[in-house]
Design a protein around this ligand. Structure first.
Ligand code: HEM
Length: 520
């Protein structure tokens, strides 16, 4: 190969092959003679095409369209009264953050202005590993039974035959699973079309447990709240959220959120009107006030979208000491689903990609596999006798496991027989949506909701689905249902009949471990 001359490129680069050898003429391919076939010896050309052929990785099965940026999370308040996690005791401490915003249902090329919840995923690189907060911009969710998730998501994907999206599929599912109604109120309010990605709020939705060394814990929900009110989006640009996030950061106007938690003691959780493991419910701020914990700032655009945002891999199971999942069944399913999809989407060494790798040294017994970037050098690949376990454990866990805990009081009595866990809809499920409709919203918000719903729901073809979903709205409020019926030219429909609130499964009844045989 002749040696390369420096080419005066826009970026000043000397083009190279993938093995770094200089390339003079990037457009050229080697041929036999002037008009002959191409040569197998032309590594540059073959390498160019072979890599191009492999450019695509699977897109996320949900949340495929997104945008992101980097920044930091700063601890502003001491939380040592509720957790022994060092980070939340270190006021002033900043850790690196990567955030990815997304819509949920659409493909990676879809409009980021769609009516949809917005994902708000936050990766915090702490001194004790990665803590991911994989949030949405709504405090509740469509389901509380995780096995419904693929069904519900499929109703927003393309029809298996027509390859078209179909409002009948969407409303067919919702009308048969009315626990979704709280989220449907929020989604079809103007909060379902926020102004860009970075002006919204984020909510854990799920309940987590934050612990202390003495074994005590509180239940926690996390919220990232911004100062701006997310207004209704005007404009047709399908990349509006992506573009405004990038341009806002480039202009030095760094998006900032205050991070709060709501906490509940185990005793409060047992007395709470709703099941704290039910993702369709909120914790009223009046009873469980917001407590500020820190600040999230995005001040750095990615240099390369694919490497730093597309390859980011968030999971609710990426937790750090003293922060634990609750028994919320949807959360429990998510603990599995995210690392599983990352292994498929990015490979089994996805945690070693630069955007995902912890800042603290990783020492474990995972070895090799495709694209191993982080070498553990000569470290033993098994627990050798000369190693002590002391470096890896956190005191609370060990103490708690040996201490004679009152497991009942600590909500740890996960013993007993198999339990088939599927929730039932009761009158309790309509209380919070009813309060939203009749107490929280003003007339203008109510009218916007009716119009937003009519625009989508009005496209449903099936009379059965229409009547059934109208009966769900009627169970929230007859006036609400009647207004939607009128807007789409339908007769009024009576409320769906459900069990009384007294028959709802109480929180403690959820403490059985689900090991049921699905075929039984
Ligand atoms: C993305 C599964 C519920 C927030 C994803 C992905 C999967 C998934 C497979 C793609 C991840 C990837 O390819 O990187 C599930 C399952 C759920 C569930 C099985 C319920 C059983 C939720 C809930 C929330 C949520 C309740 C919010 C409270 C997100 C966010 C992303 C995501 C923000 C995008 C993360 C990113 O930007 O990379 N989910 N999800 N999901 N999910 Fe869920």
């Amino acid at each position: 190969m002749p040696s390369a001359q420096v080419i005066n490129n826009k970026d000043g680069a000397i083009y190279t092959t993938s093995n770094g050898a200089p390339v003079n003429e990037p457009y050229a391919a080697q041929r036999a003679g002037i008009l002959g076939p191409l040569l197998l010896q032309d590594f540059y050309h073959i390498d160019l095409l072979a890599h191009f052929d492999r450019e695509r990785i699977p897109e996320r099965v949900v949340h495929a369209k997104g945008a992101g940026a980097h920044g930091y999370f700063e601890v502003t308040h001491d939380l040592s009264d509720i957790t022994s996690q060092t980070l939340f005791k270190s006021v002033g401490k900043k850790v690196r953050a990567t955030v990815r915003f997304s819509t949920v249902g659409g493909e990676s090329g879809s409009a980021d202005t769609a009516r949809d919840p917005r994902g708000f995923a936050i990766k915090l690189k702490t001194d004790e590993g990665i803590l991911d907060w994989v949030f949405n911009n709504t405090p509740v969710f469509f389901i509380r039974d995780p096995a419904k998730f693929p069904h519900f998501i499929h109703t927003q994907k393309r029809d298996p035959q027509t390859h078209l999206k179909d409002p009948d599929m969407f409303w067919d599912y919702l009308s048969q699973n009315p626990e979704s109604i709280h989220q449907i109120l929020i989604l079809f309010s103007d909060r379902g079309t926020p102004d860009g990605f970075h002006q919204g709020h984020g909510y854990s939705g799920h309940t987590f447990k934050w612990l202390k060394d003495d074994g005590s814990f509180v239940y926690v929900q996390v919220h990232t709240l911004d100062n701006a009110t997310a207004g209704r989006l005007a404009g047709e640009n399908p990349d509006y959220g992506t573009q405004t996030l990038f341009e806002t950061i480039e202009a030095g106007k760094f998006p900032t959120w205050t991070v709060y938690i709501q906490t509940m003691t185990p005793e409060q959780a047992e007395k709470f009107r709703y099941n704290i493991l039910d993702l369709t419910k909120i914790w009223p701020h009046g009873e469980y006030p917001l407590r500020p914990i820190g600040k999230l700032v995005l001040n750095e655009n990615p240099q390369n979208y694919f490497a730093e945002i597309e390859q980011s891999a968030f999971s609710p199971s990426h937790l750090i000491p003293y922060i634990e999942p609750s028994a919320d069944p949807v959360l429990q399913s998510r603990l599995f689903s995210y690392p599983d999809t990352h292994r498929h989407r990015l490979g089994s060494n996805y945690q070693q990609l630069p955007v995902n790798v912890p800042l603290n040294p990783v020492a474990n017994f995972q070895r090799d596999g495709p694209a191993t970037f982080v070498s553990q050098g000569p470290r033993p690949n098994y627990v050798s006798t000369i190693q002590t376990l002391s470096y890896a454990v956190y005191k609370g866990a060990i103490d708690a496991s040996v201490r004679d805990l009152d497991r009942e009081a600590h909500h740890e009595n996960f013993v007993g027989g198999a339990y088939r866990d599927l929730s039932e809809v009761t009158e309790l499920d309509f209380e919070q949506p009813r309060a939203l409709w009749s107490k929280v919203w003003n007339n203008q918000q109510r009218e916007a909701y009716v119009q937003n719903v009519a625009g989508h729901f009005g496209n449903v073809k099936s009379a059965e689905i229409k009547a059934r979903q109208l009966s769900v709205w009627a169970a929230v409020d007859q006036g609400l249902s009647d207004r939607i019926a009128k807007a789409i030219g339908h007769n009024p429909v009576k409320p769906l009949q459900v069990k009384p609130a007294s028959e709802a499964v109480k929180f403690r009844a959820f403490l059985g471990f689900a090991t049921f045989n699905p075929f039984g």
